[in-house]
Design a protein around this ligand. Structure first.
Ligand code: ZN
Length: 283
């Protein structure tokens, strides 16, 4: 990558070099992240796409890397990262996604509508899904992305990422975030710097805040009792964005926190400093 450092245009180098944040852990499994060294094209860092979605590109020391989010639905095997230079030169890189088996979890929801929504609920859920998808698919050019996140809440991890879930014995989508249990009203803070891209009260997710950190990195915070920020607001890491609640589909007060990269929900723990991986897990 030294060749890149010498040949990159000064401005681009300055912009990319400004990212002094730690890079997430390389764990190429479904729900994980592939951190891939990429070459310069047309004399500069290229843009990268995976499955048609733009991918975060940043500097890790003097290496230029693509940080690729891998959806939970990814089939293990060889995958392709597409690279495009400033002048249109194209290149392809291959990498391998390994297998990972996640555990199964059974939950009992007493509010039956949260498991078998009515026809009216389904109309509402459909509309909300569009807004939620738009917030999660958002791409914002941002040279220095805060790729090292902090836990948005102290407290035990009550349910890890990736669990294969059954609600009242019916199979549902796997757990696409990390749950942290805390008393109702406990402040929730922004995991990283960014802009509030969307807020709302949703059928399943309850009161929710989305933070756009740039280059397809988005964090989502659900089930709040109260939202204390507004769309468009600039936010720093550690700023309070709302309070823990039990709105939406819940079994008790907690924060559901998700991390999205290139429209893939991935394990938030990969973005936390190593010391905060140690959490108390309850069944
Ligand atoms: Zn959750």
């Amino acid at each position: 990558m030294r060749r890149f450092v010498k040949s990159a245009p000064a401005l681009l180098l300055l912009l990319l070099a400004a990212n002094a944040f730690a890079i997430p852990r390389h764990l190429p499994v479904p729900g994980g992240v592939a951190v891939l060294d990429i070459p310069d094209l047309d004399g500069a860092a290229p843009t990268a796409t995976y499955n048609g979605n733009r991918v975060l590109v940043t500097m890790a020391g003097d290496r230029c890397v693509a940080v690729v989010g891998l959806p939970l639905s990814t089939k293990p095997g060889e995958k392709i990262l597409e690279l495009t230079g400033l002048k249109g030169t194209r290149a392809r890189m291959t990498f391998v996604v390994d297998k990972k088996d996640y555990e199964t979890q059974h939950l009992t929801i007493t509010n039956k509508r949260m498991v078998d929504p009515t026809a009216e609920d389904l109309v509402r859920i459909g509309k909300e899904r569009k807004r939620i998808s738009a917030a999660l698919e958002k791409w914002t050019e941002q040279p220095a992305v805060q790729t090292e996140l902090m836990r948005p809440l102290a407290g035990p991890q009550s349910s890890p990422f990736g669990l294969r879930r059954f609600y009242n014995k019916q199979p549902r989508s796997p757990h696409s975030g990390m749950d942290i249990a805390a008393d109702e009203g406990t402040p929730i803070v922004a995991a990283g710097a960014g802009t509030i891209s969307e807020t709302g009260g949703y059928f399943f997710n309850g009161n929710t805040v989305f933070i756009d950190h740039g280059q397809g990195l988005t964090t989502m915070y659900c089930h709040m009792s109260e939202i204390t920020v507004e769309p468009g607001q600039t936010i720093q890491q550690g700023d309070v964005i709302g309070l823990v609640g039990m709105t939406g589909r819940v079994t008790g007060p907690h924060l559901h926190w998700s991390v999205t990269l290139n429209d893939a929900r991935i394990d938030p723990a990969l973005f936390l400093p190593a010391e905060s991986h140690a959490t108390t897990e309850t069944p």
